[in-house]
Unconditional design. Structure first.
Lengths: 284, 311, 313
């Protein structure tokens, strides 16, 4: 798919425009948090706890009197940082391994694929939960645990794409002309698998946001007082009866981000990978 | 009264490349007991014609003209009238039996379903279905098999059994020999010949195989780029073809169908203004490219070519 | 069929072996000295190095990992997964006590999922592009994008806090089951509806559906007799993923609702670093997942007559 054609399809799709608009607003609000709010997300004010939304505090304050709006904006920085890092690291590691494994085959391929089989034999979130639990809470450990459990899915995808391309005549021809293997992988194999991998990455990003915030919600992510959407939700649970906004707001931010990414992912799949069976993409 | 009367039938679909004009001003009739053949190259619109008569085309299909079965107009039928028309009125041996049979249903059940529709209970219907399958050449011990256990020719027999079990007034066979090799093809043609009903049921054979059509049909219509270019008795059309396209076909070794004719028909999205066959025609005149030729009728024969029909 | 089943069973054996290796390895890669942790549990925080060494010898931590693994597996085969480092209860009996809760929750959630997603998916596919379809797609997108812990909290707020009609946590009667089961069921139904819809759309475009229409069957018969089974086959191939979603979701949902299932047990054990309990939970969840997955493969072969013939697939 040529970039120009992609752009044209993008501008012609209301769904893609709305979804990316929502994402951009969200990303801007999160990134430019210091410009939007003058409150420090860590500023405790015990005299003004659990206050309702008002002119002073746009969304009210939390159990320690911290400004909820500031916390949810700054919290987004951490959530999105985790999600983006995990998705791209898993994508990079998984794709590289999958390409090499599929292209060279042999014992390496056998071993790797059996390992992937076993990794995927666990429900994803449970493995991540256990690894994060063993390593202890914290931003780096959360990222590591999620990445460790996340790359095998990309290996499968990249490998199966590579196996298909490998048999095609232009790859055979390039091989017979003694082009270096790495050059062939980069020039011929990668472009042929990149579309479906991009779609997978887009869909996966939404998934990572949900799993990462679920782990934080369970108490395994970033520790208080640092704001993060999942852990803010966790902190808000005891106040559900009196101050439901403490759980509504961070959840709504996760939800809106995930909806926009899913919409964009659906659109991207329709454009880049129209022949893929929709059913496979739904769960990718 | 004719069984089927088609008058100026046009069918078109919107597509990303523009309007596909799959059928354009098609007119013919089929009498009870008659076997009528529609022959033409792949992609000329003959399958669309068959499906249009059962209204099996996608909802986006647009129809004009008239197609009446036993006097009732098919094109204006409502859902419940269509249910009456399909099966009991017109049944079709679908193209590509591999895709047209339900992979998860035993073949006997797929035939029995036709009898259930006629009011039998499943147990009796399965018995009938077994007999019908035997009649078309499926051994009794194979009727409880699934379609994938059958060869292409046997699947086509099952398809024929389904169509016959529906006991239709008109049987449409859409490319029944496509994809079959020599012997299987002969067997299917022989079967189609043996099931003809010269009294009541009409048959419409849609094929690219001119020889098959010649062997089975009473009358033939030749289709090119969505329109009929020649209609006449089989003897006349084969023995003395008039339209340049028919002549080209017969000159191009009919044994192998139409595959040998050089060039290909125009795309149905961008039809030429004048005669559609003109670019490939050996009898081409200067005025052929300007106006679309009309069907001319003479001596029980209709031909869409003013050049060859000039006295 | 038998050859196929045997092949699947060999694969299951391999995966179960892998699961034990991974579970065992995970616990031994954990930071910290397990002997120290256990000793701390037994003797309190005022530990002498001798006490730690004693525990190390007793638990066999001095042996090579392969010896330890063999010992561990041989205990495992007698359904002995050791004792909790925190409560000293038998891991096996603790897990056995929790499994029924998770089973009931997962089973109810699955029923909710199927009861909603199959009719909605079919209705959406049949009316593709029309208003009902758009409504179902928007609904499923929204539900699929909701983190289930948030959805659970929203449901608690509405039904327990505002309306006060349902209990918000713990286990008891049927009332306690409703909110967690719906939380889990709604998330799953969202994904499943999309699967059923796209599978049904694909099936409805198939030639055998045209054959069924040609016969003069009514729409209901076409969909139920010719469409449904064919559409559910591809959905079934994703049953494994769905089950993973169910088990993973159960961990979160059980925690939100304090539902005393194995997922809650796992999370609680992680919080107190009860390694032997974590090990037991992971093993049981992983093994369940693997066994059900192979079961799904076999069910698939039983439904689809074509599978039996290409044994090599």
């Amino acid at each position: 798919m040529h970039d120009r054609k992609l752009k044209k399809r993008f501008l012609g799709s209301p769904t893609a425009l709305v979804a990316s608009g929502m994402l951009m607003v969200m990303a801007f609000m999160v990134m430019a948090a210091p410009l939007i709010t003058s409150y420090d997300p860590l500023d405790v004010d015990l005299k003004d706890r659990l206050s309702l939304p008002g002119p002073e505090h746009l969304l009210g304050t939390d159990e320690l009197g911290r400004d909820l709006f500031a916390r949810v904006l700054y919290g987004g920085q951490n959530t999105l940082l985790i999600a983006l890092t995990v998705a791209f690291m898993a994508f990079a590691i998984g794709t590289t391994m999958g390409l090499l494994s599929g292209y060279y085959g042999g014992v390496l391929d056998m071993t790797l694929m059996r390992f992937v089989d076993i990794m995927l034999a666990f429900p994803h979130i449970i493995l991540a939960l256990v690894i994060a639990g063993l390593m202890g809470p914290g931003l780096e450990n959360l990222i590591l645990a999620l990445t460790l459990t996340h790359w095998p899915a990309y290996v499968r995808m990249a490998r199966s794409g590579t196996l298909q391309v490998k048999e095609m005549t232009f790859v055979e021809a390039a091989r017979s002309m003694r082009f270096s293997n790495l050059w062939i992988i980069r020039r011929h194999v990668l472009p042929n698998v990149s579309d479906s991998l991009m779609v997978m990455l887009a869909m996966d990003l939404a998934n990572v946001i949900i799993i990462a915030s679920a782990l934080s919600f369970l108490g395994l992510g970033i520790q208080p007082p640092t704001p993060e959407w999942g852990s803010m939700l966790r902190a808000g649970v005891p106040y559900l009866t009196t101050s439901p906004l403490l759980t509504f707001v961070p959840g709504a931010f996760i939800f809106l981000t995930v909806v926009s990414i899913n919409l964009l992912g659906d659109w991207l799949r329709d454009v880049l990978d129209p022949h893929s069976h929709e059913i496979e993409a739904v769960v990718a | 009264m004719s069984l089927l009367e088609v008058e100026g039938l046009s069918v078109s679909f919107p597509s990303s490349d523009g309007l596909v004009r799959a059928n354009d001003g098609v007119s013919f009739t089929i009498a009870p007991g008659e076997t009528f053949g529609i022959v033409g190259e792949t992609g000329c619109g003959k399958t669309v014609l068959g499906r249009a008569l059962l209204r099996l085309l996608p909802d986006s299909a647009m129809y004009t003209g008239r197609a009446a079965f036993r006097g009732k107009d098919i094109l204006s039928m409502k859902e419940d009238e269509l249910k009456e028309l399909r099966g009991r009125g017109i049944a079709m041996v679908m193209q590509n039996p591999t895709l047209s049979l339900n992979p998860l249903m035993r073949v006997v059940d797929q035939v029995a379903e036709a009898y259930v529709l006629q009011g039998m209970d499943w147990k009796v219907a399965r018995g009938e279905a077994g007999r019908k399958l035997y009649h078309v050449g499926i051994p009794r011990d194979r009727v409880r098999d699934y379609p994938h256990q059958f060869s292409g020719g046997m699947k086509q027999r099952v398809m024929i059994a389904i169509a016959l079990a529906l006991n239709p007034g008109l049987l449409i066979a859409d490319e029944p020999t496509k994809g079959l090799d020599g012997e299987a093809r002969e067997n299917i043609l022989r079967l189609l010949g043996s099931i003809r009903d010269h009294e009541g049921r009409g048959t419409m054979l849609i094929t690219h195989d001119l020889r098959a059509a010649a062997g089975l049909c009473d009358r033939l219509a030749v289709m090119y780029a969505g329109e009929l270019v020649e209609i006449g008795s089989t003897l006349d059309v084969i023995g003395e073809p008039r339209h340049p396209y028919t002549r080209a076909l017969l000159g191009s070794r009919p044994e192998s169908g139409f595959e040998d004719l050089p060039g290909e028909g125009p795309p149905l999205t961008a039809l030429p203004r004048g005669c559609r066959f003109c670019p490939r025609c050996a009898w081409r005149q200067e005025d052929c490219v300007t106006g679309r030729p009309e069907m001319v009728e003479a001596e029980d024969r209709q031909v869409r070519c003013p050049v060859v029909m000039r006295p | 069929m038998i050859a196929y089943a045997l092949k699947r069973l060999v694969l299951l054996g391999f995966i179960l072996f892998g699961i034990t290796l991974l579970t065992f390895g995970l616990m031994h890669m954990a930071p910290g000295d397990p002997a120290f942790t256990i000793a701390e549990g037994r003797y309190g925080t005022d530990l002498t190095p001798e006490q730690v060494e004693q525990v190390r010898a007793e638990e066999g931590f001095d042996d090579g990992w392969w010896v330890q693994y063999q010992k561990w597996v041989s205990h495992l085969l007698e359904l002995d997964m050791g004792r909790s480092l925190v409560t000293y209860k038998s891991v096996t009996s603790e897990i056995a006590a929790r499994i029924p809760y998770t089973f009931v929750l997962a089973f109810t959630a699955s029923i909710i999922t199927f009861a909603t997603s199959i009719p909605l998916g079919i209705a959406s596919a049949v009316r593709k592009g029309r208003r009902q379809d758009v409504a179902v797609r928007v609904l499923s997108l929204v539900a699929a994008s909701m983190p289930n812990f948030w959805l659970g909290l929203l449901l608690i707020w509405v039904f327990a806090v505002v309306l006060g009609v349902l209990p918000s946590f713990g286990a008891g009667g049927v009332a306690h089951l409703i909110l967690p089961a719906f939380t889990l069921g709604i998330s799953m139904a969202a994904i499943n509806t999309r699967l059923v819809r796209s599978a049904m759309i694909e099936v409805l475009s198939q030639e055998y559906i045209a054959t069924a229409r040609m016969k003069g069957l009514d729409d209901w018969t076409i969909i139920s007799r010719h469409g449904l089974k064919n559409a559910l086959l591809p959905v079934l191939t994703f049953a494994g993923l769905q089950l993973g979603f169910l088990l993973g979701g159960a961990v979160v949902v059980e925690t939100v609702f304090s539902w005393p299932g194995i997922g809650k047990l796992l999370v609680d054990s992680i919080m107190v670093k009860d390694f032997s309990m974590i090990q037991g939970c992971v093993l049981v969840i992983g093994a369940t997942f693997a066994i059900v997955n192979i079961g799904v493969d076999l069910a698939y072969a039983a439904i689809d007559p074509r599978i039996r013939w290409d044994v090599d697939a």
